[in-house]
Design a protein around this ligand. Structure first.
Ligand code: UD1
Ligand code: CA
Length: 512
């Protein structure tokens, strides 16, 4: 019979001290839930079967499992009668297993895959009936202690609340990660009692029972004790987050990434960075984000599920589900939303929001604009303060703008609408009809100036006085230059109300 490996993750507990509606193991920590981290640490074992014991918030945990680890089987533990009971319930739910059973607490997210692998390797090569991962810690409060015989052999594991004062002095603790021989485990689970301070079936009692039965048990000390830290409340969660942040940042710095301020840089475990990426302070990189060589991100930037191309820069911006092309420049203060796809050397400037927008090479949207549901060609310039009016209150519509177009400032593109290659639009236009290639689209009222309006309708105001001064000065200059010319008129350009001298003005009227 071939030896198999079964992984059991214990995740039925409530995590009371988290004081949360969310089950403890579903709390997020830099890109994965606590449970997700534990499953990731066990995944390289290539288990034949992964069982996750669920209880508190079972529906939520089961739904999460379906998403992140569909190969894992949730097993409901109806009542949380202890870690031993949890393992028993898990094994009862499946056909008899042989080989090695690896049990992991669901709240030990810093655990490295190498550490789990080393524990299993020690266990399988030593032929022990059970092997426990241990750690020497400065403060063992609340944890199970490793009791050894005078000659250093593992004797049993005792919970703090059941321990003698001497045992409480022990600083070697049970990390809550174990490897068992399946048959031995099953035999001892049946013998567990609830004869302890909590009235629970303790998985840890399996070790003492095995010794009494004459079996060999072993302890495997963790190389890095911080990996075994559990999470019981949100203060501990924050501590774990800082440690994981440091570990992730250190890894990227050693791989050739510059992180200007590692303490304010938070990178999910799921993110990928290339060499010579620079990350400036206060930056969060989340989810499936990838950043290519030589790109600069930050300061004050959040990227979620975003791909950034080589040598692009993203400055003080918030980006979700976007593709940013090589050498593109984003921000400061841009908001790129899902479906944004920017080609090479695109510029998205200050206070610009994009969504479902495909923008071609070298095109610029420099200022104060909303680009939603749009396709824009190459080397086009979108004027400041442009709005792609994509929503009619019921449906979303698309705007298509060609290449080498120059659209004026303060345009509204009322979708669906198409602007051809090389077309222009006039500033302030509300574009509701297609503009053919090379045409100028103008859609705005003609300006007319009502001369003298302020003097007549706002007499005595500062504005009227300022206007009068300006007009007199203009008249004086006109008179001066007129006296230089023979054909000059000596009559003033304006009358005393500021109304223009019609005869003179007619001559200057300019119609485009
Ligand atoms: C357990 C160990 C302790 C060890 C510590 C490491 C026991 C008896 N004690 O203590 O020696 O130092 O972990 O963190 O095992 N769970 C279930 N069903 C239950 C009870 C618990 O699924 O009925 C799950 C919890 O969700 C949790 C894990 O098992 O993920 C550990 O349970 P917890 O109550 O936190 O055990 P500790 O008291 O911390
Ligand atoms: Ca615990």
């Amino acid at each position: 019979m071939t030896q198999t490996r079964t992984v059991i993750v214990l995740a039925a507990g409530e995590g009371k001290r988290m004081k949360s509606a969310l089950p403890k193991v579903l709390h997020p920590l830099l890109g994965r839930t606590l449970l997700g981290h534990v499953l990731a640490a066990a995944a390289p074992l290539r288990p034949d079967r992964t069982l996750v014991v669920v209880g508190h918030g079972a529906d939520q945990v089961t739904a999460h499992l379906a998403e992140i680890a569909p190969e894992a089987t949730p097993v409901v533990q109806p009542q949380q009668r202890g870690t031993g009971n949890a393992v028993r319930v898990a094994l009862d739910a499946v056909p008899e297993v042989d080989g090695t059973v690896v049990v992991l607490n669901g709240d030990v997210p810093l655990l490295r895959p190498e550490t789990v692998a080393a524990l299993v390797e020690t266990h399988e090569s030593s032929g022990a009936a059970a092997t426990v991962l241990t750690a020497e810690v400065a403060n063992p409060t609340g944890l199970g202690r490793i009791v050894r015989t005078p000659d250093g052999m593992l004797e049993r594991i005792v919970e703090e609340r059941d321990a003698s004062p001497e045992e409480r002095q022990i600083r070697e603790i049970n990390a809550g990660i174990y490897a068992f021989d399946a048959a031995q485990l099953r035999a001892m689970l049946g013998k567990l009692t609830t004869d302890n301070d909590q009235g629970e079936e303790y998985l840890t009692d399996v070790f003492g029972l095995l010794v009494a039965d004459g079996q060999t048990i072993a302890a495997h000390p963790a190389a890095d004790p911080t990996e075994t830290l559990g999470c019981n409340d949100r203060v501990e969660l924050a501590g774990l987050r800082r440690r994981l942040r440091d570990r992730i940042n250190e890894r990227w710095m050693r791989a050739g990434v510059t992180i200007t301020d590692p303490e304010t840089t938070w990178i999910d475990v799921t993110v990928t960075l290339a060499q010579d990426v620079v990350i400036d302070p206060n930056t969060q990189l989340k989810g499936a984000t990838t950043v290519a060589e030589g790109a600069t991100i930050g300061p004050d930037t959040t990227l979620i599920d975003t791909a950034v191309g080589e040598k692009a820069t993203v400055l003080r911006s918030h980006v979700v589900g976007a593709e940013i092309g090589p050498e593109a420049t984003i921000g400061p203060y841009a908001y790129l939303r899902p479906g944004t796809r920017l080609a090479r050397q695109v510029k998205i400037g200050t206070f610009v929001e994009t969504k479902n927008a495909e923008i071609g090479t070298g095109t610029k949207v420099p200022h104060l604009s909303y680009v939603g549901d749009a396709t824009i060609g190459e080397h086009t310039n979108i004027g400041a303060a442009t709005v792609f009016v994509n929503y009619d209150g019921v449906h979303k519509h698309r705007t298509v703008i060609g290449s080498y177009a120059r659209t004026g400032a303060d345009n509204m593109f009322v979708a669906p609408v198409t602007i051809g290659d090389g077309a222009y639009t006039a500033a302030g236009s509300v574009i509701v009809k297609d503009v053919p290639p090379g045409a100028l689209g103008v859609a705005r009222g003609q300006q007319r100036n009502i001369e003298g309006w302020v003097a007549r309708r706002r007499p005595g105001t500062d504005s009227a006085a300022a206007a009068e001064r300006a007009l007199r000065a203009a008249d004086a200059r006109a008179a001066e230059s007129a006296s230089d010319t023979e054909a000059a008129q000596s009559e003033p350009m304006h009358d005393e109300t500021g109304r223009p001298n019609d005869r003179l003005v007619a001559r200057d009227t300019h119609i485009a």
